[in-house]
Design a protein around this ligand. Structure first.
Ligand code: ADP
Ligand code: MG
Length: 270
């Protein structure tokens, strides 16, 4: 039961939803930690100037640290910007510093502004580190940073909060994904939807779950992430919930979700 299959080919997943607070960062770091815990080498790219993923993985992200910003403007290579997380030798992170805050505007006037991240994610560097999974944590907007993430990925993972207005704005995300498919990255697909912050005490949570499943079918993971205080406390200690409280419901469900993601990667790519 502890086996976590490695993917047939390297998988690059962009975790996107232009709404803030839906669980993008939490899902990114905890899915990555779940895979890494089982020996699958996983790289998190923090593409949000807030640097929340960098914080949760406890990697240095003070201004001036080689980061995704320098990578995007071509000053440093992926290898130079990658740090190993304290939590696992299989867990890597390209941090985001506050310098990324200006990138959205700086990128506008740059050549191939939509595909700079893709160009920086060279397979040589990923091969050298032995990376099986790349997760890109997006900012809460549909600007150039998110477009870069969508252009660089094979798959999109959309976290959806089991709350009011869960589906609001999703149409906008999906049409942006379509635009990227048409113009930049034809192979991109929405492979995974993860329901987060489920509160079993509310009828609403079940209604949202049902609605999302009716609409998206098998793309939705069976595992649902419950709302849990441990999940929200963990980043304050520079930890994922898998490190902070491995036996907690939040940790177990992220581990289950990671296993589902991993199993799909093997099935679908054969
Ligand atoms: P996003 O990256 O989409 O903005 P976050 O992952 O940062 O969202 O989550 C928003 C807030 O909700 C954070 O404070 C986080 O700790 C909290 N949170 C996320 N998932 C859960 C959960 N399953 N249970 C409780 N709190 C959660
Ligand atoms: Mg975030």
């Amino acid at each position: 039961a502890n086996f976590m299959p490695r993917p047939t080919r390297r998988r690059v997943l962009t975790v996107a939803n232009q709404k803030g607070g839906v669980g993008k960062t939490t899902s990114t770091v905890n899915l990555a930690a779940g895979l890494a815990l089982h020996g699958v080498k996983t790289l998190v790219i923090d593409l949000d100037p807030q640097g929340n993923a960098s914080t949760a993985l406890d990697v240095d992200h003070r201004s001036g640290t080689p980061s995704v910003y320098e990578m995007l403007i071509g000053e440093v290579s992926l290898a130079d910007a990658t740090q190993v997380s304290q939590q696992s030798p299989n867990l890597f992170c390209v941090p985001a510093t506050i310098d990324l805050a200006g990138a959205e505007i700086e990128l506008v006037s740059m050549a191939s502004r939509e595909s700079r991240l893709k160009e920086a994610l060279t397979s040589e560097a990923l091969d050298e580190l032995g990376i099986d999974y790349v997760f890109i944590d997006c900012p809460p907007s549909l600007g150039l940073l998110t477009v870069n993430a969508l252009s660089a990925a094979h798959e999109v993972l959309i976290p959806i909060q089991c709350e009011y207005y869960a589906l609001e704005g999703l149409g906008q995300l999906l049409s942006n994904i379509e635009l990227v498919q048409q113009h930049l990255n034809p192979a991109l697909k929405v492979s995974t939807i993860l329901l987060t912050m489920y509160d079993g005490r509310t009828k609403l949570a079940d209604q949202v779950t049902q609605e999302v499943r009716n609409h998206f079918g098998d793309v939705v993971l069976k595992t649902i992430i419950p709302r849990s205080v441990k999940v929200s406390e963990a980043p304050g200690y520079g930890q994922t919930v898998l490190a902070y409280d491995p036996g907690s419901r939040g940790a177990m469900s992220y581990l289950d979700a990671a296993r589902e993601v991993a199993e799909r990667g093997v099935r679908e790519q054969r």
